[in-house]
Each structure stands twice: as structure tokens, then as C-alpha cells.
Design a protein around this ligand. Structure first.
Ligand code: ADP
Length: 530
């Protein structure tokens, strides 16, 4: 409320709350720091998992930053901004979510100290902006190009991304699967390689060990072979896809038949049988030995298909039929009169298998499939779900490496190298901005420090050791948590990450910190369209 000539003027809606200036800023920083602190313990290969229980009592166990933040119901608006950072990171590059949030929290924590020294927020944000764009340049210049088809290298990146997850015990097997899946759907368009992750279906089922997770160069249908007389395993399958029903066409109107003798009934039924037999003949004439149909298959038609040695599946979803077409190269026929041999697809094996108590059909060993499956198994649903999240991250990392084949070492190496270079850069700047750039550099060290702390090391000791190595020009020196040692080259230690993940983490953390620092007024309870 303001006063105008003694008259109170109502500016904000009744019930709206306002905090301004310093207290608004400190409040926001505190909220963001709290969120970052909460997920710090989950960073890195020795990070801990979080158990999240929702209001229905459903449990999620994870150490994926984006998932933790998505699941916890954050109320505070500034804390929500941090949740957005994780989301943006997940959407842009699919990994590095925990790092980006921890970094944003640390930037704000250290910015607060500058605010205490009466440095104006706009000076800090300008310093952060400059530091962030310089950091991206430094990362680009230190990154190493790789061959996007180098399976060994891609596997290392996938393994690094999985090293902090439940699945890490099987990372050898799973990284093979992830790399095979990405390479299978990669395509060269205008000289650039693209990996469309939408073409990699994730199917999951509990009740088996994690190491039974498989890559299927084809598709899995949760359907069985329709008739017990049909072959349950077909090798060298020639597949016919049909979107209409395999039955005698019904008339659109109800028709009445005037039948006067039993012979007429027999003749009528014989006629229908003949039509279905013709249909089966036509299908067989295409050379197909497997028919997959979106609609139903008449019992009598099934009988004739059995006689022709053709296996069939019915009532497959339209979306699955499309994937089958991409995987096997088959044309989808909507009109049974149009079927031909050219439209058949190929799969090395079509087989019905029992998964838990259900019969599923695997269509695999397709040639050049444009749609593939990663079939995740695990002891319980909780394990399968967490494996799914880790595989999602690993797929994204491999996609990043293929599309932009440039990597850096992990284990805190890039953060420390960027910090070192930023300190040199700060010297070239004037006045208080220099302080903000130095603070930015110091903040980056939170990553190696946290990795060390979560593994039970003395963080300061590790930091000093790695810093010293960088001082000697070893740009990829870092803390290797496989050997539990500070090493000169994390790339040689096989801990690598796409440079894009690191760039995005710095970019989004810095943008979020700047945005929060610029706020000096929080007005709650405004508008809302009422
Ligand atoms: P994020 O969600 O940020 O990817 P993670 O919990 O997956 O968080 O941890 C990623 C960090 O762990 C990266 O800094 C990465 O370099 C580091 N890391 C992964 N494997 C190792 C390892 N073997 N030794 C040291 N650091 C590792």
C-alpha cells in the first residue's frame, strides 16, 4: 500500500506478500543452496542414492539429479528455478544434472559473500556472464576430438556415465548394448551424423537379473503367436504387415439370407471357407512365413495359415506396426489385394518367449533396423526403473559423443582446468568484475571436492594435489575413483565425458545463478488469471 495525499492506494491484491531488497535476495539464495546441498551426496561413482516416497507411498530409489528434483515437491520459487536447471540439462544433453545443480548452488553461495562485501548484484552477474562464456571457450580448446564410430571410445563414455549408478556392476555389458543401439539408429544427414533416440524403444520387465538386459535389433511385442498349431520360432522370417483384419469382409448393412434347405447353409459356409482359404493362399503366394496384423484374424483363416506353415500375430498396436515397418523394412498393407513380395520385411528370428508369466514375441536380427529395443531386466521394479534412468543417461551421452565427437576427461579434471584458466583470465579484467570471475573459478572446484568427499577422501588434500598437477600443465589430471588415486590423465584412465555435457552444465548453472541474483523483489500471490 502507498500513500497518495493521505489517501491509501492499494497496489497489490489483498493477501499478496512482498519481500524486497536484501531479504528477498538472501531468501532465494538460501533456498537454492539448500536444494544443491541436498543432492551433493549423490554425485559421482561413490555417491549415495536417495529413497523418495510419494504421497501414495510409492517408492523411487535413485541418484539421478533430475529425478530427485522432479520427485521432491519444491515450494520455494527460487528452489524451483534450480529444479528447472536440472530439467534443462536433462533435456539438452541428458546427463550432468547433479553437477549443474551443485554448481548453481555453489555459485550462489560464493556470490553471497560478494554481496556481503557490498558488491552490487549486477557487477556479479556481469562477471559470471563473462566467466561462463570464457569457460565454454576453454572447454572447447581443451577438448579432444574422437572418431564418432570408435566403439571403444563411445563405450568408455557410456561407462563413465553409468559409474555412479546401480547398473555400474554390469557397465561392461550395458555399455555395449547402449553403443550398439545408438550406432544402429545413427544416420548421416547432410554430412552430419544424427542419433534419433526416439527410435530406441525401452522395454522393461522385472523378474530376471540385470545382466539379462539385452539389445534387440528389432522389436518386442507383448503378444503371442495366435494359434498353437503355428511355429513358435521362425528363422529367416519374411514378414508381412497388415493393418486390416484377416477375415471375410462384412457387409456394411445387415443382410438377410433366405435359406430354404440345409444344402444352402453348407454351400454358404463352404463359400466363406473358400474365401478364407484363398486369402491364406494369397498370403502364402507373397512368400511370407510370418504375418503380423493390426486387427483380428478369423479362426478359420488361422487354420489355413497353419496349413501353409505361416505364423501369425494379431491385434498389434498401430504404433508397434510402424516400428515393425522401420525395423524390418516391411510395407504396411491396408488392402489385402495389394499384398506383394516386395513389401515383405526381414528378421533373422521371430520367436515367442515366456517372460515371467506372459508370452512375448521377439522379432530380432533385422538387417539395418531403423528401430531397435533395449530390453531391461532386473530383480524388482525399483531396480528396473533405476536401470532405465541410467540407460537413458548413457544413451544421451553416447548420442552426444556421436553427434559432436569431442570429449574431456572426467573426475573433476575439466572443472579444475577451467578454474585455472579463468583465474588467469580474471587478471586481465578491471575492478570488481575480476572478483566475480575468480569466485566463478573457485565455485567450479566444488565438483572435484564433492567427488572426493563422497568417496571419503580429504577434499582439500585431493584438491591441492590435482591443482598442482594442472599447474604443471596436465590438463586432464583428476581424481580417478576406479583406482582411488589422483592421476595425470583421466582420459587414459578411461573416465571420459562429452564436452557438451560439461559445457551445458556450466551454462545452465551460470544462467540460473545470474537470474536468481538479479531478483530483488518477490511478490507472492499475484494475478494467477483470476
Ligand atoms: P551427474 O548427474 O552430474 O552426471 P553423476 O553422479 O553421474 O552426476 O556423477 C558425474 C561425475 O562423476 C562427473 O564429474 C564424472 O566425471 C565423475 N566420474 C564418473 N566416473 C568417475 C570415476 N571413475 N572417477 C572419478 N570421477 C568419475
Amino acid at each position: 500500500m502507498s500513500q497518495l495525499g493521505g489517501q491509501p492506494v492499494l497496489i497489490l491484491k489483498e493477501g499478496a506478500e512482498r519481500t524486497t531488497g536484501k531479504s528477498a535476495q538472501r531468501n532465494n539464495i538460501l533456498a537454492a543452496k539448500t536444494i544443491a546441498e541436498a543432492i551433493r551426496s549423490s554425485l559421482g561413482p561413490r555417491g549415495m542414492d536417495k529413497m523418495l516416497v510419494d504421497s501414495f507411498g510409492d517408492v523411487t530409489i535413485t541418484n539421478d539429479g533430475a529425478t530427485i528434483l522432479k520427485e521432491i515437491d519444491v515450494e520455494h520459487p527460487a528452489a524451483k528455478m534450480l529444479v528447472e536447471v536440472a530439467k534443462a540439462q536433462d533435456e539438452e544433453v541428458g546427463d550432468g544434472t547433479t553437477s549443474s545443480v551443485i554448481l548453481a548452488g555453489e555459485l550462489l553461495k560464493r556470490a553471497e559473500k560478494l554481496l556481503d562485501q557490498k558488491i552490487h548484484p549486477t557487477v556479479i552477474t556481469e562477471g559470471f556472464r563473462k566467466a561462463s562464456s570464457k569457460a565454454l571457450e576453454i572447454l572447447d580448446s581443451m577438448a579432444m576430438p574422437i572418431d564418432p564410430k570408435d566403439k571403444k571410445m563411445l563405450k568408455k563414455a557410456a561407462r563413465t556415465s553409468m559409474s555412479s549408478k546401480i547398473i555400474s556392476e554390469y557397465s561392461d555389458l550395458v555399455s555395449d548394448i547402449v553403443v550398439d543401439a545408438c550406432l544402429a539408429v545413427s544416420e548421416e544427414i547432410d554430412g552430419n551424423i544424427h542419433v534419433d533416440l526416439d527410435r530406441i524403444q525401452i522395454q522393461k520387465k522385472d523378474g530376471a537379473a540385470l545382466d539379462e538386459t539385452q539389445f534387440i535389433s528389432g522389436i518386442i511385442l507383448d503378444k503371442e503367436i495366435v494359434n498353437s498349431g503355428m511355429e513358435k520360432r521362425v528363422e529367416e522370417a519374411k514378414i508381412l504387415l497388415i493393418s486390416s483384419a484377416i477375415e471375410v469382409e462384412k457387409t456394411e448393412f445387415d443382410a438377410k439370407l433366405q435359406i430354404t434347405s440345409p444344402d444352402q447353409i453348407t454351400a454358404f459356409l463352404d463359400q466363406e471357407q473358400k474365401m478364407l482359404e484363398d486369402l491364406a493362399d494369397k498370403i502364402a503366394a507373397t512368400g511370407a512365413n510370418v504375418v503380423i496384423c493390426q486387427k483380428g484374424i478369423d479362426d478359420m483363416a488361422q487354420h489355413f495359415l497353419v496349413k501353409k506353415g505361416i505364423s501369425a500375430i494379431r491385434r498389434v498396436k498401430k504404433s508397434d506396426l510402424d516400428k515393425l515397418s522401420k525395423a524390418t523394412g516391411a510395407t504396411i498393407f491396408s488392402n489385402l489385394d495389394d499384398m506383394n513380395a516386395e513389401g515383405l520385411g526381414y528378421a533373422g528370428i521371430v520367436e515367442e518367449r515366456k517372460i515371467m508369466n506372459e508370452n512375448w514375441t521377439f522379432i530380432e536380427k533385422c538387417k539395418h533396423p531403423k528401430s531397435v529395443v533395449v530390453f531391461i531386466r532386473g530383480g524388482t521394479e525399483l531396480v528396473v526403473d533405476e536401470a532405465d534412468r541410467s540407460i537413458h543417461d548413457a544413451l544421451s551421452v553416447v548420442k552426444d559423443c556421436i553427434e559432436e565427437p569431442s570429449i574431456v576427461g572426467g573426475g573433476g579434471a575439466p572443472e579444475l582446468e577451467v578454474a585455472k584458466e579463468l583465474r588467469l583470465y580474471a587478471e586481465t579484467l578491471q575492478g570488481r568484475e575480476q572478483l566475480a570471475v575468480k569466485v566463478f573459478a573457485d565455485s567450479l572446484e566444488i565438483i572435484p571436492k564433492t567427488l572426493a568427499q563422497n568417496a571419503g577422501f580429504d577434499q582439500i588434500e585431493i584438491l591441492m594435489k590435482v591443482r598442482a598437477a594442472h599447474g604443471k600443465g596436465l590438463k586432464f589430471a583428476g581424481l580417478d575413483l576406479n583406482s582411488n588415486e589422483v592421476v595425470d590423465d583421466m582420459v587414459e584412465a578411461d573416465v571420459i565425458e562429452p564436452v557438451n555435457v560439461k559445457k551445458q552444465a556450466i551454462k545452465s548453472a551460470s544462467e540460473c545463478a545470474q537470474m536468481i541474483l538479479r531478483i530483488d523483489d518477490v511478490i507472492a500471490g499475484v494475478g494467477g488469471g483470476a
